[in-house]
Ligand binder design. Structure first.
Ligand code: NDP
Length: 442
């Protein structure tokens, strides 16, 4: 059942999320990244909506060609180049991997080759920038708004296609979830793991590529623009490239682990993932770099080191917390966490067909500090990105506000799910680990 609050939030997002993205990008293009000035102009009658809209770059043939080529290239890397990285990179898990068991009991196979796609794309990017000169490295920045229209076309097309597909030719009909509410189904998705053919998995492709491979390229394009405009790249721009680069590389290095996260294990594929991956992620996760093109901040050494440390510690907490749970679950608790045998709570749950299963919830390591310390690390990293931009404008701080809402909501959503799954065992767990994100506070 869809409660009124979920429905209201969904309608709000469907109507306003595209406008929010437009507003942020337009503010940078026309108002030097001020979020207040467009409002003042509109409220004082200094400008009309039509004036702002008429100044907005339209869809161009060039942008459409760049975007089509980009997506086609990523599809080619995804579908036709089997992973070779796992053959020579020690510790890296790539190639064909199995996902989690779906509620209908299906185990999908995935070709994990995201790291390879990222490496090939970036080698080509640098080869072009320093050797071939086929196009300017500022190409992304220079076409940023026309590309926004293309990303929207793809985001809406893929979400609509996924909805139609779930009615007429679902990949696994037993894993479809119909609530009967059109807006909810469109937003949160009906099919669990929509696929075309044996290997084209919508969730894995759209979540990782084209959005996350593009993330680091977008930042590089911003750095190139700073170089072109000011003759130098500021330390804040280098910091944002390095910190977000680590996060992106980590994502691809751990792509096989990602098969076990909520996005793949629990969420269905709808507009939330389809449009979100095509538009929201590449446009709003990269706001700091965009801001720094308009406001080149040169941080003093102490601040730069402080931000770097915050970002690295946040990353360490994020990675180690995820690693501890992964290790614990993979070895069924037969491992060492911080040098000791992990403590845990035994729990059980019932599947739809009435079979009883057993599981364990760890209460050691970072999982003994808080129930979602991985989110806390993620938030520390997110704050570090924002701080690279100084305190002149609020626009770059959107990211930490958004991530706080996203991860708090996710935490509550996940706990709700875990409570329905484990019942009283979950209660025992929350009594043993009483805090969600910050020990002693929340
Ligand atoms: P988690 O990796 O925290 O997984 C939650 C699941 O882990 C629960 O549903 C439960 O599943 C299991 N679990 C919970 N507590 C325990 C425990 N104590 N011991 C063992 N297993 C436990 O959540 P996500 O998949 O959301 O996040 C993965 C990472 O991705 C996080 O670090 C997050 O910060 C990041 N992320 C980043 C986003 C971004 O946009 N940058 C967006 C979303 C996530 P089960 O049913 O198996 O028991």
């Amino acid at each position: 059942e869809v409660d009124w609050f979920s429905l209201a939030s969904i309608l709000f997002l469907l109507m306003f999320a595209p406008l929010i993205v437009y507003y942020f990008i337009m503010s940078c293009d026309q108002y030097q990244c001020s979020l207040i000035d467009p409002l003042i102009d509109l409220l004082t009658g200094n400008k009309h909506l039509s004036d702002i809209w008429n100044k907005t770059p339209t869809l161009t043939y060039r942008a459409a060609s760049i975007y089509t080529l980009w997506v086609a290239f990523q599809m080619l890397l995804y579908l036709f180049i089997p992973d070779f990285c796992h053959k020579f990179l020690p510790g890296y898990v790539g190639g064909v991997q199995e996902g989690a068991v779906t509620p209908a009991g299906v185990v999908n196979k995935y070709e994990i080759n995201g790291l390879q796609a990222w490496i090939i794309t970036h080698v080509l990017w640098f080869a072009n920038a320093y050797y071939f000169h086929w196009f300017s490295p500022t190409i992304i920045f220079d076409n940023w708004i026309p590309l926004l229209w293309c990303a929207n076309v793809l985001g809406y097309a893929v979400s609509t296609f996924a909805m139609i597909k779930s009615y007429f030719f679902p990949t696994s009909a037993e894993d479809c979830k119909f609530t009967g509410n059109f807006f909810y189904d469109y937003m949160m998705g009906i099919e669990f793991n929509p696929r075309i053919g044996k290997w084209f998995d919508f969730k894995l492709f759209f979540n990782g590529r084209p959005g996350i491979v593009a993330w680091t390229l977008i930042n590089l394009s911003y750095a190139a623009k700073q170089q072109e405009l000011y003759g130098q790249v500021t330390n804040s721009m280098i910091l944002i490239n390095v910190l977000q680069g680590i996060y992106v590389l980590d994502f691809f290095w751990n792509e096989a682990w990602y098969l076990k996260t909520i996005d793949i294990c629990h969420d269905h594929f709808g507009w939330y993932l389809g449009w979100g991956d095509c538009v929201w992620l590449p446009y709003l996760y990269t706001l700091q770099g965009l801001y720094l093109v308009y406001h080149p901040v040169q941080l003093c050494t102490a601040n730069a080191i402080g931000i770097l440390m915050l970002g690295l510690i946040g990353y360490y907490v994020f990675r180690m917390t995820n690693h501890q749970k992964d290790l614990f679950r993979r070895t069924n608790g037969n491992c060492k966490i911080w040098g000791k045998k992990p403590e845990y709570i035994e729990c059980s749950y019932m599947s739809v067909d009435g079979t009883k299963y057993y599981s364990k919830l760890m209460t050691s390591g970072f999982w003994g500090w808080a129930r979602h310390f991985n989110y806390t690390g993620d938030l520390m990293g997110s704050l570090a990105y924002c701080l690279t931009c100084g305190f002149e404008h609020i626009l770059p701080y959107f990211y930490i506000v958004y991530m706080t809402i996203l991860l708090t909501h996710r935490c509550i959503r996940d706990e709700h799910r875990c409570f329905s799954k484990y019942g009283k065992d979950w209660k025992r767990y929350t009594a043993a680990v009483p805090y969600r994100l910050i020990p002693g506070i929340f």
